[in-house]
Design a protein around this ligand. Sequence first.
Ligand code: ADP
Length: 193
Amino acid sequence: MPLNLFIIGPSGCGKSTQAKLIAQKYNLTHLSMGQLLRDEIAAKSGFGDEAKSYLDGGKLVPDDLIFDILISKLNSLNNQNFIIDGFPRVLNQGKYIEYYLKKINQPFSLLIHLSVTFEEINSRRSKKGDEFQDQDRTDNTPEAIKSRQQFYDDAIASIRDYFKSKKLFFDVDGNRPVEPIFEDICTKIDNIK
Ligand code: ADP
């Protein structure tokens, strides 16, 4: 059975760290939605040009653009054995991918939510050299960070309710060191396989 995973959480929660560990352990392709967008921008593609102002402002890139980029990437992986970090960010994206995978007979295995308080994120951010700081990013301004937090806050309850009702949602306490979080996630994944 293919394993198709999603991991979300507030900006700076450490989801890409977990996604990399999960990808390594379960032999999955790790896709970061934010990185896919940054790659498009770096390549100066039409998609990238369209996405740039949203990214820099910490705003959500419109769904149509997100779906075009993501689906073409998923197709190149035969739509299986992946972990996507930073998607879905709104319920509509979640419903879309659920329907898409169903239509092509692929599983939506689990949506992992790394739950981290804003106090914890801010304290990690203020520590210099922290793994969650990414100096190369053009969206590290206080305004963009605040905007990303707001979008997350607005969307998480509806995403949680919907996927919980389908038993496809796993809340994990992310206010802890990397290892215990990873262990909890692995225990959960091992139970769905
Ligand atoms: P962070 O974890 O700090 O939010 P990401 O690299 O995941 O960083 O995302 C960076 C930016 O890319 C977001 O602020 C947003 O503009 C855009 N983005 C990423 N994923 C999505 C998505 N699923 N839908 C819309 N926009 C997205």
